[in-house]
Design a protein around this ligand. Sequence first.
Ligand code: FE2
Length: 379
Amino acid sequence: MLQTRQGGPGFLGMATQVSAWELIEETYAAQEGQRPGILIIDPQAISRHVIRGMLHQRGYRLLEASTVAEAREALERDGVDLVIADLALPETSGLDFCRQIKADRRTYLIPVVLITSVQGASMHVAGLEAGADEFLVRPLNTSVVRTRVAALLRHKADVDSLEEAEPILFVLAQAIEQRDEAISGHCKRLDQITRALGTALNLSRAQLLALHRGAYLHDIGKVGVPDSILFKPGPLSPQEWDIMRQHPITGEAICRPVKSLALVLPIIRSHHERWNGTGYPDGLAGEDIPLLARILQIADIYDALTSPRPYKRAVPGPRALEILAQEAQRGWREPRLVGAFREVWETTLWPAQLTALAHVQPAAATSAPPDIVPVTVLK
Ligand SMILES: [Fe+2]
């Protein structure tokens, strides 16, 4: 497998041919001491030896297992990047073992190559249906094995680098939150509120995970908003609003390259839309606003209302609920969702909040609302 790359040795800017293996070497070379680990699983020592012979010149960490139990230990312990397994394993079939790898959250991204001596399309299809990334039939061709292994490792390295980007974005999001002392703990509280509401709405695990991530990442685009606007205590000018309204778009652009955040992008993009279409940045209305964005928005407003800001006191929970109901009457929020939030608030959130306040600041739960409450507290 050859790929074209600009700027090879010899002639500045001239395209050169680079093998998949060379790209893999570059990727892993950046990770000190981390050569790609390949686990060869076969009960026959001679078969493991043959594959080892095909790959040893490449500098991989070649690991061997003769049983599924040994293979599981290696997967737990040795940082495996690719599995090559014979279909005929002693304890279980290679197909079942492949299914187990692909069903485990810790190993499902590891490419699996299945090898068999049995010819026939039906076996090939069964292997791919079990989740195998490649299916090879003996006698093995050395060039084919090397090329397929290099291509699969390259893909694994790409996936790994994308997965690594997600924690970096979380750190960035928390740094943005810490920029503003007034919203300290906001994301963590949003996480708790959206989880309670999402669970009550019987959302899937994937949707709940997206809400968890959205709680921390929804305002990441504020990295592009100047402090003079972000921390301005008074109303924003029309020009300043134009800049503030860009933060959902900026946030979506920051997170878009990370594939694992695909379900989070609509939350980031649409968390300032309004049910009647008067929100931003796209003026979406009704159910055109993604459900997860609507859920996060309700939690965002509730927490903003019940938290102190430099320009306002914290509003007690019952008063915040009244304001949310008023916003639903104005057409800004989805009435059904506000109703669902009220139920969750009454049964779960408010009792927990009262308990917490009883330990920290007993008066806050019953303090009178301020004379003037902003109609909306979110920028
Ligand atoms: Fe926002």
